[in-house]
Design a protein around this ligand. Structure first.
Ligand code: SAM
Length: 266
């Protein structure tokens, strides 16, 4: 299944910022506790974006590790590389399309991570088999993605504002079902661990920033809700009005991120 989708650096950074400012938990901390990575290991982060996870691993391991971050977005890779140089981290950022064979030998990495990206793959069995192939025997696969219960408040407000059905999202509609079952099929051992993070908004503005960066036309995921920039502005105005009403009525809104972490061992 080909998924028309494009992440822009601006939208991704806005969402990351809102998570860190309004969330009650830190997903990277959760991941590090869950995986307990050891110094000296070789890590491949697939769909690395601006390198958020790569830098978390690097910091946690005091730089004593070899990290490769791969993504298709040159814009995000450039951002990652800038940060890499600023930190003098020596992480290797490179172009990698997870719909194509990975440019690595079999049995290369101890840990392969893929955060909020695997569900954009065109052929899930193929991408997972590439992930497994480049892992060493005993190596770990770690992926994150949204569960079906993810951010219900967000969808409820959009439904209320537009009166339209929410299109099936590539993540929440396939992660727990299609993707987890494929990992279970290909790996001898796989577990799904849930991470919940309530984001609490006392004012509408940050929620609207998050919503705008999720719906934006650039990402191409919400095409049935609006056409073009003018259509986007109209939808955002309606969402703003529903959000403000909700906050007036309840004092705040809580959008809970419900994320599944898949951990599998080769
Ligand atoms: C929501 S972002 C997550 C980025 C990063 N992992 C993070 O957690 O901040 C999804 C990422 O998947 C990348 N992506 C989408 N299609 C891809 C493909 N075919 N191959 C590699 N990366 C891809 C996007 O460019 C984007 O960086």
């Amino acid at each position: 299944m080909k998924i028309e989708y494009r992440e822009t650096s601006d939208d991704l950074m806005k969402r990351i910022d809102i998570h860190s400012r309004y969330g009650s938990r830190d997903i990277d901390q959760w991941m590090l506790e869950l995986l307990a990575p050891q110094k000296g290991i070789k890590i491949l982060d697939v769909g690395c974006g601006a390198g958020k996870l790569c830098f978390s691993f690097y910091k946690h391991l005091d730089g004593d590790c070899e990290i490769v971050g791969g993504d298709v977005s040159l814009e995000l890779l450039e951002k990652a590389e800038k940060e890499n140089q600023k930190r003098d981290a020596g992480i290797r950022f490179m172009e990698l399309d997870f719909n194509k064979p990975f440019p690595f030998e079999d049995d290369t990495f101890d840990l392969l991570s893929c955060s909020f990206a695997i569900y954009y793959a065109e052929n899930i069995p193929f991408t997972i088999s590439e992930m497994k192939r480049v892992l060493k025997p005993g190596g770990k696969l770690f992926t994150t993605g949204p569960m079906p219960q993810n951010k219900q408040k967000f969808y409820e407000i959009i439904r209320k504002a537009t009166g339209q059905t929410i299109p099936p999202m590539p993540g929440s509609s396939r992660y727990e079902s299609e993707i987890y079952s494929e990992v279970q099929k290909q790996f001898p051992k796989a577990d799904l661990i849930i991470f919940e993070n309530p984001l609490v908004f006392d004012t509408a503005e940050p929620f609207l920033t998050y919503t705008g960066a999720s719906l934006s036309e650039d990402r191409k995921l919400w095409k049935n809700l609006f056409q073009g920039e003018a259509g986007f502005d109209v939808v955002m105005e309606k969402i703003a009005s529903v959000t403000e009403d909700e906050i007036k009525q309840h004092g705040s809104i809580t959008m809970t991120k419900v994320v599944g972490g898949i951990v599998a061992v080769k």
